[in-house]
Design a protein around this ligand. Structure first.
Ligand SMILES: Cc1ncc(COP(=O)(O)O)c(C=O)c1O
Length: 378
């Protein structure tokens, strides 16, 4: 049997990983500033994470949601404490798309409406509603095409206001990444998020903060939406939540009430996933990783801004993007091949940095030197 060929891949087989480093099957070491699509939050194979999962594996790995799973309550309490959203309710699932799917669906159950506002360049996942709210025609199959999604320009308050004025009583939810990831590291302005909050309040719509990529401390705050100083009604999470163990979830404001059977999942919130997610939060707190993301992120952005060949350095914490002029279009490839550094990209010419939140200063310095070396290469 062959694999279904859906991705262009790097011809590298990673067989070992630790912290911000990975090694291929030839023993070659790489600095990982991509974390496998922003997933590695506390560092590869973190000892506490490994221990927590190992211990849990020897007790029980899985049972369905038909029984009480105290680890879920433990996770909800810890998540409330670390995120500061203590009065929210937690629903667990398995991935980012599934989290958004549940968020959009729950919003519609809540207010009985059908229309969703999403933004240009948004990426919310591959499942049916999530992909309908994703601004990329190539990902949307005919069966996913929907008149229920309205795309507006990001950070355009006038367009948002006009849309609500025209059909505010039909809008079920507004879904927005605090920092667009796949779209190229585009930061939603604080004033724009405040505007979403006030229009959602005025018209009875649900504000969904897609925090799958920009959440879980990556921006230096637990949710990047927190920079705006307003609360969303639902936050979706995944990626960094399990540090590589598949888990996703939504947290839901207290005014949205649960009803039996509206949402459900077989695997979501299983014992092993909860143990992994608890380990992540414990390490984030113990090692003050959000503070590290602020500090190292600031250093990286300042140093990148000094490199005159690069343009439009942007982002928050350890979610950083910059534009690479056409002349240096092979920079990402050369960083990997020559410097043994993984970075991410966004089409057509953006390099994305999404390292572990525990990235060390010396590794950040090494990256800056490597970029300079590659830009100076003939
Ligand atoms: C902002 C955002 N939302 C949702 C998703 C989908 O997550 P998953 O691939 O876990 O389904 C992604 C994945 O890249 C994402 O970046």
């Amino acid at each position: 049997m062959n694999l279904f060929d859906v991705y262009p891949i790097n011809n590298i087989a990673i067989s070992k990983a630790k912290g911000s480093y990975v090694w291929d099957d030839q023993g070659e070491q790489y600095l990982d500033l991509y974390g496998g699509h922003a997933v590695i939050s506390i560092g590869h194979t973190h000892p506490h994470w490994v221990k927590r999962i190992e211990e849990q594996l020897n007790k029980i790995a899985f049972y369905s949601n038909s029984i009480k799973i105290p680890l879920q309550e433990e996770l909800a309490a810890k998540l409330g404490q670390v995120s500061g959203k203590e009065d929210y309710q937690l629903f667990l699932c398995n991935s980012g798309a599934e989290a958004n799917e549940n968020a959009l669906k729950l919003a519609s159950f809540h207010n009985g409406r059908k229309k969703i506002i999403a933004f240009n360049k948004a990426f919310h996942g591959r499942t049916s509603l999530a992909v309908s709210a994703t601004d990329n025609k190539n990902y949307i199959a005919p069966v996913n095409e929907s008149d229920n999604v309205i795309f507006l320009p990001l950070n355009d308050e006038a367009a948002l206001e006009a849309c609500f004025k025209k059909q505010g009583d039909e809008i079920s939810s507004v879904i927005i990444e605090g920092i667009q990831g796949v779209g190229g590291i585009n930061v939603a302005e604080n004033s724009f998020l405040k505007k979403i909050r006030s229009l959602c309040d005025e018209y009875g719509a649900v504000y969904i903060a897609d925090s799958v990529q920009c959440g879980y401390g990556r921006s230096g705050k637990f949710f990047s939406h927190d920079f705006a100083g307003v609360n969303a009604d639902i936050y979706s999470m995944a990626k960094g939540m399990g540090n590589g163990f598949p888990i996703g979830g939504i947290i839901i404001a207290p005014h949205i009430k649960p009803k039996h059977f509206q949402l459900g999942t077989t695997f979501g919130g299983n014992h092993l996933a909860c143990a992994a997610a608890l380990a992540v939060l414990e390490v984030m707190e113990e090692e003050k990783l959000m503070g590290n993301a602020v500090m190292i992120g600031k250093y990286l952005r300042e140093e990148l801004e000094k490199i005159e060949e690069l343009e439009n350095v942007r982002g928050r914490g350890l979610m950083i993007g910059f534009d690479v002029p056409e002349k240096y279009k092979d920079l990402k490839k050369n960083l990997l091949l020559n410097q043994k550094i993984f970075t991410g990209e966004a089409k057509p010419n953006v390099i994305r940095l999404l390292p572990s939140l525990g990235l060390k200063k010396r590794d950040a310095e090494h990256f800056i030197e490597a970029v300079k070396e590659e830009l100076a290469a003939p």
